[in-house]
Write a protein that binds this ligand. Structure first.
Ligand code: AMP
Length: 278
């Protein structure tokens, strides 16, 4: 695996390539979810580039940024094992040579709901760094997890608005044995919190399995009640939305396809997940 830490060097390398390039942007502390994206990219492209960059502009909470897990040595070994071709691991000055600031994008309602509402500026930061990566790497395909479904829609919107020549590939969510979606932040959970956190997926599964007998209102009410029973756990939001627009619903029948989303704190660790309901 070749490692680049400077974007200029990566750009020079890229300009010599004629092959299909699959790109997997990450913030490191790699787990099986990330590796499933790398594997898919390996199957579908001649060369795969993975980036590891903990992007400061997408963190609205400085404590979260400071405590974000960083395991560069272990990450390199995992990527070698997956036969990843290129690792791009820039520093903040390289990605933001002028000022540490997001661009100004208009993502409409995507910017006002769920993750955007509770993490102001988050998607502006994500779009800024992904746009920089796309300009630099010019990937044929870029791989994003459905785990961050709203992010996936933001990236699709970015590509459409800026007319970027890259195919966005959505990848299914990898889970731990108890159903908890794999996340770098899971490393910060103690064993009890990790067990409690399985409530997220369980709630979404129950909503999926019972939606034909249970109204949208009582589904939400039951989930809130289950979360309320847990100590040191705080449900930030549970929402069921139209899968294509992510707009909210009053009843199940308001959309052809519905996806459920949950964000919750386990101690000070914030986790998110989502599931297609129908
Ligand atoms: P992150 O390092 O959290 O920025 O994630 C990098 C990419 O991996 C994003 O496209 C995520 O959606 C994806 N990802 C993170 N966790 C998972 C998971 N459990 N399953 C599938 N993809 C994931």
């Amino acid at each position: 695996m070749q490692i680049f830490s400077k974007s200029e060097a990566l750009k020079d390398w890229r300009n010599l390539q004629k092959k299909d390039i699959g790109f997997v942007p990450t913030m490191g502390a790699l787990h099986d979810g990330h590796l499933s994206l790398i594997r898919k990219a390996k199957k579908e492209n001649d060369l795969v580039i993975c980036s590891i960059f903990v992007n400061p502009t997408q963190f609205n909470n400085q404590n979260d940024l400071k405590k974000y897990p960083r395991n560069t040595h272990a990450d390199k070994l995992l990527l070698e094992k997956e036969d990843c071709d290129i690792l791009f691991i820039p520093d903040t000055n390289d990605m933001y040579p002028d000022e540490l600031k997001s661009e100004d994008y208009d993502f409409g309602d995507l910017e006002r709901i769920m993750e955007a509402k509770f993490r102001p500026g988050h998607f502006q930061g994500v779009a800024t760094v992904v746009h920089k990566f796309f300009d630099l790497i010019k990937p044929t395909r870029a791989y994003f997890g459905e785990k961050d479904f709203q992010q996936l829609q933001v990236i699709r919107s970015l590509v459409k608005q800026k007319d970027l020549e890259v195919e966005i590939v959505a990848c299914p969510t990898a889970r731990e044995k108890n159903g908890l979606a794999r996340s770098s932040r899971n490393e910060r959970l103690d064993p009890k919190q990790r067990e409690k956190a399985s409530i997220i997926y369980r709630s979404l599964l129950q909503a999926r399995d019972n939606h034909s007998e249970q109204s949208l209102g009582s589904t939400i009410h039951n989930i809130e009640a289950e979360f309320n029973k847990l100590i040191d756990v705080e449900l930030e939001y549970v929402q069921f939305v139209d899968e294509s627009s992510l707009s909210s619903l009053e009843k199940w029948n308001d959309a052809e396809h519905v996806r459920g989303f949950i964000a919750a704190y386990f101690g000070e660790v914030r986790l998110i997940d989502n599931l297609l309901i129908f």
